[in-house]
Design a binder for this molecule. Structure first.
Ligand code: ADP
Length: 524
């Protein structure tokens, strides 16, 4: 008996008749054979009465790694690979005519020992006068493997989700919260049920409501966006919670955002600490400001009060010196005392003048009156005023280096003279005996650069940025005995900047001389 043959004859019985029907029957049979050959599921046809295998398709042979001859006419319950529900003749016998049974996830072994997971479907039908059981066997090994991998991954992520130290919320695209983890609940005080009724903006602090709404909408509309914000929420107990909020879209297989993932980190303690520090800093700044104001007032009052007696001392000293000269007093002690008096009165007078200038700068009453000014004339006057110092220190002042035609500058000539005198005085004071000083003028496009170069003690790189600070003086053996107040360059900077220029210092380092340069705008 051949099940196949009987099956064919039954189909003929159904469709048989006229010629046309025969043609249709033939083509139907061809179709069935084709399907039987190419279908990916394994198919096994078994004689229901004897239980012997009558036919199997190529897919089943491939699946089991068997040749057709290995299977044909073998009793179905003797096939070792079909363990489980059909492993005995009795079990096979229980398959009812007209019934259909399905078994899922059966474990079978291929001939080569490969373990396969299959779904098995048994269908009972009659072909002619023979009852046939058709077994459809689907290899679900790969599907089960993927399902298992997916389940394991879900479990793993589920653990990460629940045990994370960060609060995590899964938000649907209509911005409703669909899931939160334990930490999210601990931070906000809301349970999962509470949160399912709420949106993230419902628990946002009013001051961050719009910012949070904005990043949620942005994340929702862009697949690759990651958004970060320091934001505040109001917890269930009404407490304010500072967080680092991180929002990103998680995409579906179509590459479009499927839901949003919000991660929050509780930074309330840090924020509280920062607030306390800021408060303390502000208090410190205020206190420093008050102290500075008191210092400025003190300097102004002291300088103001000193100006009259210092002027009087200078005037009395000149009178004394006249008397001495008239009486022909030339004793060395007296002459020396007069020199000391003169030198110290000059220092005192300079100090008072500079302190008053600093006070005016601090109080905003310091004025410059820019006019068209010939820089060459100012340089001549300044050089003249430091002439006596040049002689004392045997410093050579080289010829002023001027371009062919020097433009006038737009500046206050008196103030430029003071700045230049200060720079020249320093260039001589901080020079070696026998050193030299050069004044150089360079024409820029819109400004003139005036430099005072010296061959003196030079300045360390780390000191250069501090030179123009109030009261800053370099403290080293080479310069510590040179008299000064540390105010000249501070005042010079204020003066030059008020006239629209800049001032800076260059030096190759200690012992290598220095160059102080200022720029001034050209007169139009
Ligand atoms: P003072 O000369 O009265 O001390 P300044 O403000 O004019 O005050 O100068 C500040 C400090 O800068 C000086 O004490 C000195 O240490 C340094 N300095 C200024 N000019 C020179 C220079 N040409 N060479 C070396 N050091 C200088």
């Amino acid at each position: 008996m051949s099940v196949n043959r009987k099956f064919k004859s039954e189909k003929r019985g159904v469709l048989g008749g006229p010629h046309e029907k025969k043609v249709n029957l033939a083509s139907f049979e061809n179709t069935c054979r084709h399907v039987f050959r190419v279908v990916r599921d394994g198919i096994l046809l078994v004689d229901a009465k004897t239980g012997s295998v009558e036919e199997s398709n190529p897919s089943l042979l491939r699946m089991l790694g068997l040749a057709k001859k290995d299977l044909m006419k073998i009793k179905i319950w003797k096939i070792g690979f079909l363990d489980g529900p059909l492993s005995s003749q009795a079990a096979f016998g229980r398959l009812k005519r007209g019934s259909q049974s399905c078994y899922e996830h059966l474990r079978i072994l291929s001939k080569r020992g490969r373990r396969l997971d299959v779904d098995l479907e048994c269908a009972f039908f009659r072909a002619g006068d023979v009852d046939v059981v058709q077994f459809n066997i689907r290899d679900v090994t790969e599907r089960l493997r993927l399902e298992t991998a997916l389940r394991e991954r879900e479990e793993r992520y589920g653990k990460i989700f629940n045990n994370s130290f960060l609060g995590i919320a899964i938000i649907s695209l209509d911005l409703r919260i669909s899931q939160i983890n334990r930490t999210f609940s601990r931070i906000t005080g809301y349970g999962e049920d509470d949160m399912k009724r709420l949106t993230l903006t419902d628990i946002a602090h009013p001051s961050h409501l719009s910012a949070i709404g904005k990043i949620l909408r942005a994340a929702k509309s862009r697949a690759n966006g990651d958004y970060h914000l320091e934001s505040r929420y109001v917890g269930k107990r009404g407490n304010v919670i500072w967080t680092n909020t991180h929002v990103s879209a998680v995409c579906g297989t179509d590459g479009k955002p499927a839901y949003l993932q919000v991660i929050i980190e509780d930074i309330s303690e840090r924020k509280e600490m920062e607030a306390r520090l800021t408060e303390r800093n502000l208090r410190n700044i205020e206190r420093e400001k008050t102290i500075q104001k008191l210092k400025d007032e003190f300097i102004f009052i002291a300088a103001h009060e000193l100006r009259t007696p210092v002027t009087a001392i200078g005037w009395a000293m000149d009178l004394l010196d006249d008397c001495r000269a008239k009486r022909g007093i030339q004793e060395p002690d007296v002459m020396e005392a007069m020199d000391i008096l003169r030198e110290n009165t000059k220092r005192l007078s300079n100090l008072v003048t500079e302190l008053l200038e600093v006070s005016r700068i601090e109080y905003g009453t310091f004025r410059v009156v820019p006019v068209r000014t010939s820089i060459a004339a100012v340089i001549d006057r300044a050089l003249e005023s430091v002439g006596s110092m040049v002689g004392e220190k045997s410093v050579t002042v080289r010829d002023t280096v001027l371009p062919k035609a020097v433009s006038d500058v737009f500046a206050d000539p008196m103030r430029v003279y003071e700045v230049l005198t200060n720079l020249l005085t320093n260039a001589i004071k901080f020079n070696h005996v026998g050193g030299s000083v050069t004044v150089r003028v360079r024409e820029g496009r819109n400004e003139l650069h005036v430099s005072v170069e010296d061959t003196g003690c030079g300045i360390g790189t780390e000191e250069i940025p501090k030179l123009f600070h109030r009261f800053y003086r370099i403290e080293n053996d080479a310069v510590k005995d040179v008299p000064g107040t540390g105010l000249g360059l501070f005042i010079a900077k204020q003066v030059i900047e008020r006239m629209g220029g800049r001032i800076w210092a260059d030096s190759e380092g200690r012992g290598k001389g220095s160059t102080f340069t200022f720029s001034l705008p050209k007169a139009k």
